[in-house]
Design a protein around this ligand. Structure first.
Ligand SMILES: [Zn+2]
Length: 366
């Protein structure tokens, strides 16, 4: 089967919905024609000119990168900096660039889960779940059509709470209506008040799927006019958010933990706060610049917080309450390219998939 670039995108969009990216982000198809057939995919952390060269050499026409090469927007394309040169080279050579960034950071099987897995953390949970991305749909349906409509809304993505699917709440009651002369009622007669036993069903759903779920409900519902209401919820979504926290199988002393961190994350160096001479058991992680989660890591009782891009004064903020470890931005996220390649290979086993061999890390150590 021949796949188009848009097929890869829609698969990745399901894994890491674009709606879950930060407002400043640019996770999307950045260059290229989504209708082109896919010749092969190159997975990388960054997309640079060298990565585009590698794609050309490999004969692939799609780069899936974590960091968007175009972040702030472009007002001209003249090749005056590496961003413009990368985009120009990609377009000239028919290589598409897709970025899957903070949306992949925020899903429970994304960048931070990969770090948690590298560190073999048990019971990994989202460190800072996001609010305001869940909705509730309440609808009214005759008893004999209940399962059909519920099945359709589940299929469209409603009714999932953690490890439980097909979640709903149902009560039986009485619906009333009087059809007009122009109506085409499923039951009842024009001008005659009707009393119909109905079920009131409530389901939870990700807000970004509202339209899809409402349309599935309407399509599967027997009534000409469906009574329903859709409400935004303030609830936290435990499946979506920043960072992760989990536990080591058994406590380690701090020096052993630092060695372990270096070995598991393939590090040359860790910048960290002073040793507290306390064992490390609970570990919070956030790939890339995660210092904004320091308060959450403390609140959840983390013994160590592993992240990157920590500034001098931010190390003070640890206040001796945990060991803050800066492992480097590239180092914290480099395994994302493997994550992408694994996810893609499961769904597209016949597409040629490559991991970039280009070391895009702009920093070095001596
Ligand atoms: Zn990053």
């Amino acid at each position: 089967m021949e796949y188009k670039i848009r097929d890869i995108i829609s698969f990745l969009d399901q894994l890491a919905p674009p709606a879950y990216q930060e407002s400043y982000d640019n996770a999307q198809l950045i260059a290229g024609d989504p209708n082109q057939p896919v010749k092969g995919i190159l997975c990388s952390l960054d997309c640079t000119e060298e990565v585009i060269d590698e794609a050309i050499q490999l004969g692939v026409n799609l780069v899936v990168a974590h960091h968007p090469i175009v972040f702030k927007g472009l007002k001209s394309l003249t090749g005056k900096n590496y961003v413009e040169r990368t985009v120009i080279k990609a377009i000239k050579n028919d290589v598409a660039i897709f970025a899957i960034h903070t949306n992949l950071d925020h899903v429970s099987n994304g960048v931070n889960k990969r770090i948690a897995d590298r560190l073999s953390l048990l019971n990994p949970k989202i460190l800072q779940p996001k609010k305001g991305n869940l909705s509730k749909l309440t609808f009214f349906v005759p008893e004999d059509s209940k399962n059909q409509v519920l099945g359709a809304v589940y299929q469209a993505g409603a009714g999932q709470i953690g490890e439980y699917k097909d979640c709903s709440f149902q009560v039986n009651g009485m619906g009333t209506f009087t059809p007009s002369d122009a109506a085409n009622p499923y039951s009842g007669k024009a001008g005659v008040p009707s009393y119909e036993p109905e079920v009131r069903a409530e389901v939870i759903l990700p807000k970004y799927l509202s339209q899809k779920v409402v349309s599935a409900m309407k399509k599967s519902h027997p009534y000409e006019e469906v009574a329903f209401y859709l409400q935004d919820l303030e609830n936290e979504n435990q499946e979506v958010g920043a960072g992760m926290i989990g536990e080591l199988e058994s406590p380690m002393d701090e020096l052993d933990f630092l060695d372990y961190l270096k070995e598991r994350m393939n590090l040359q160096v860790v910048r960290h706060t002073a040793l507290r001479w306390k064992p490390i058991k609970k570990v919070a992680v956030c790939g890339g610049a995660g210092i904004f989660l320091l308060g959450d890591a403390k609140r959840h009782g983390a013994d160590a917080f592993v992240t990157a891009d920590v500034k001098y004064h931010e190390f003070f903020d640890a206040e001796g309450q945990l060991m803050l470890c800066d492992i480097g931005h590239y180092e914290s996220e480099i395994f994302t390219k493997e994550l992408l390649s694994e996810l893609l290979s499961q769904n597209f086993p016949n597409i040629a998939l490559y991991l970039t061999k280009v070391v895009t890390n702009p920093t070095s150590y001596r």
